[in-house]
Ligand binder design. Structure first.
Ligand SMILES: NC(=O)c1ccc[n+]([C@@H]2O[C@H](COP(=O)([O-])OP(=O)(O)OC[C@H]3O[C@@H](n4cnc5c(N)ncnc54)[C@H](O)[C@@H]3O)[C@@H](O)[C@H]2O)c1
Length: 251
């Protein structure tokens, strides 16, 4: 299992949920992973777990809302490992509210943790991705694609991320850089918290998943991220890959 042998990967929000599933799947394929997360406790725990398989992997504590520090994340990783092969923009926090009740603070949270870090980290990573002919993996959501109610701030940021991903795929294809998105459904801590708060809504969503279950963060989502970071997907770019048990079928 060495599809990502010695590839250097940055994963935002890599301390928990889908990000940690991707990190675990990638180190098993030989990658060196830098997980970037706000949560120092889960970050350090995950760092130890990853280092059992990939001793050079590390945790970087950062608040992605601090826009002026985003470039430093890329610099720190490149200074330590000498290159960057894959950027996974996975972190995203948001608050649910109807459009009517959505506040500037709700928009700032969703764009500040989702859209802006994705945009500025891609910009800062570009020179290094040109050298490595690397990959970007961004995150979309069925909430954005379908326009789920109470998800205005989140859906807007997610669709903005899809927009810049397609622009980047067009602009960066000539450099051999692939830019794709995963639109997942998975049993992350974020989803577990939501299931507790809105159990009926959770069951309704689950009942609409053709595969009948929420995905596993490592086995279902992480493995697809491995594919998108590997040579196997080198002719795929600008695509939103639905890893959602068939919930949304793009036509
Ligand atoms: N889980 C799902 O079913 C689902 C569905 C659709 C889309 N998504 C998307 O997949 C991605 C991962 O989702 P998840 O469910 O694993 O999320 P999660 O909420 O379980 O985990 C997010 C991680 O990001 C970190 N984080 C949050 N704010 C941060 C900040 N300001 N700076 C640094 N780190 C921060 C958290 O500490 C956490 O480790 C997100 O982009 C999400 O929108 C998930």
């Amino acid at each position: 299992m060495n599809k990502l042998q010695d590839k250097v990967v940055i994963i935002t929000g890599g301390a928990g949920g889908i990000g940690s599933g991707i990190a675990k799947a990638m180190v098993k394929e030989g990658a060196i992973v830098a997980i970037v997360d706000l949560n120092e406790v889960t970050g350090k725990t995950m760092e130890k777990e990853l280092q059992v398989v990939s001793p050079k992997s590390m945790f970087l504590q950062a608040n992605l809302m601090d826009r002026e520090n985003l470039g430093q994340i890329i610099n720190t990783v490149v200074e330590k490992y000498g290159k960057l092969d894959v950027l996974v923009n996975n972190a995203h926090a948001s608050k649910q509210a109807t459009l009517e009740e959505t506040t500037q603070a709700d928009l700032d949270l969703s764009f500040g943790t989702g859209f802006y870090p994705t945009f500025y980290l891609m910009q800062a990573a570009l020179p290094h991705l040109k050298e490595s002919k690397g990959n970007v993996i961004n995150f979309a959501s069925g909430a954005g694609l379908a326009g789920h109610e109470t998800q205005g701030a989140y859906a807007a940021a997610k669709e903005a991320i899809r927009g810049i991903s397609r622009v980047a795929a067009n602009e960066w294809g000539r450099f051999g850089i692939n830019v794709n998105l995963i639109s997942p459904i998975a049993n992350s801590p974020g989803v577990q918290a939501w299931a507790k708060a809105q159990p009926e809504y959770y069951e309704t969503v689950k009942s609409k998943i053709p595969m009948g279950r929420f995905g596993d963060v490592e086995e279902d989502i992480g493995r697809v991220a491995v594919f998108l970071a590997s040579e196997d997907s080198r002719y795929i770019t600008g695509q939103t890959i639905m890893v959602d048990g068939g919930s949304i079928m793009l036509r």
